[in-house]
Write a protein that binds this ligand. Structure first.
Ligand SMILES: [Zn+2]
Length: 241
C-alpha cells in the first residue's frame, strides 16, 4: 500500500507516529511518513526512527514511483521493530528547513527567468547546501542571472504567503492558468497539489516549501555554467545561519 505522505499536508511536521509495514535489512517501510524522499528535484530528509529508548539514524529516503511506497534507509540494524509496531519518526529539521527554503528560492528564480527572459527550466536539483537550475537560454550573460536573483530577492522582501491546496484534475481543467498544469500531469494522477506564490508562480508540485517567501532569506548567486547549446546552469544558495 502506498505510504501516506504527511509532508504534503504539513511541511512543518517534524515528528510523527507511524506503524511499521515491513522491515527488510536496513529498509523500513511505514504506513505514513513525514520524511521527504529523494524526488521531484529536491533532496531527501534524514533523521531518526525511535522506539521506546532506542533510536536509529535514517540516512536516506526513497520512493518507488510505481507503488508510491517510501523506504527509510537506516544506518544500522533496525531497533528490533517488526510489522505492526508503532515508531516515532523525527526529521532532521535543520536540513529539511534548508531544503524548504532553497526549494522556494528555486520557484522564485524559475518564475522570474520565465517571466522576464522566456527561459524554460530543463532540470534542477535542490540540495542542502546549494541548488542548481538548468535553463534553455541562448544568452550567456551573467547579468541575466544577476537580474533574476535580484528580482527573486525582491519577492523574498515582499514576504508573500504561499498558498498550497488540492484540486481534482477536472477542477483544475476549469481554472484558467491551471489548465496547462493539469494537462501536463499524468492521467492517473487524479488530484493535483497546487503550490502558488501569489502574483509570480503557480505549479503542480509535491515538495515541501516554506509558508512565506520571507523565510527563504537572501538568495545568493554562486556561479553559472555553460552546459552546451542554449543550456545554462545557475547555482545558488541561501544564508544558513
Ligand atoms: Zn516546489
Amino acid at each position: 500500500m502506498a505510504t501516506k505522505l504527511l509532508y504534503l499536508y504539513d511541511s512543518y511536521l517534524r515528528e510523527f507516529e507511524a506503524k511499521v509495514e515491513s522491515v527488510n535489512g536496513n529498509l523500513v517501510v511505514l504506513d505514513q511518513s513525514a520524511f521527504h524522499p529523494l524526488t521531484g528535484g529536491v533532496g531527501c530528509d534524514t533523521g531518526w526512527l525511535v522506539k521506546n529508548d532506542a533510536r536509529v539514524r535514517v540516512v536516506h529516503v526513497e520512493i518507488d514511483r510505481a507503488t508510491k511506497i517510501v523506504s527509510h534507509v537506516v544506518e544500522a540494524e533496525p531497533i528490533g521493530v517488526a510489522h505492526g509496531d508503532v515508531v516515532k519518526g523525527v526529521i532532521d529539521w535543520d536540513r529539511r528547513y534548508c531544503l524548504m527554503r532553497l526549494h522556494t528560492a528555486a520557484h522564485l528564480i524559475a518564475a522570474v527567468m520565465y517571466r522576464d527572459y522566456s527561459a524554460l527550466i530543463t532540470g534542477g536539483q535542490v540540495d542542502v547546501d546549494q541548488a542548481k537550475l538548468d535553463f534553455n537560454l541562448p544568452r550567456t550573460d551573467r547579468e541575466v542571472f544577476e537580474d533574476a536573483v535580484k528580482k527573486a530577492n525582491e519577492e523574498v522582501a515582499k514576504r508573500a504567503e504561499l498558498k498550497i491546496y488540492f484540486l481534482s484534475r477536472d477542477e483544475a481543467l476549469k481554472v484558467p492558468g491551471m489548465v496547462k498544469l493539469a494537462e501536463r500531469m499524468p492521467p492517473e494522477e487524479r488530484e493535483l497539489r497546487i503550490v502558488e506564490i501569489p502574483g509570480i508562480d503557480l505549479q503542480a508540485d509535491g515538495g515541501p516549501h516554506v509558508k512565506n517567501t520571507g523565510e527563504t532569506g537572501e538568495i545568493q548567486l554562486l556561479r553559472i555554467e555553460n552546459k552546451g547549446r542554449n543550456q545554462r546552469r545557475i547555482y545558488f544558495g541561501i544564508n544558513r545561519s
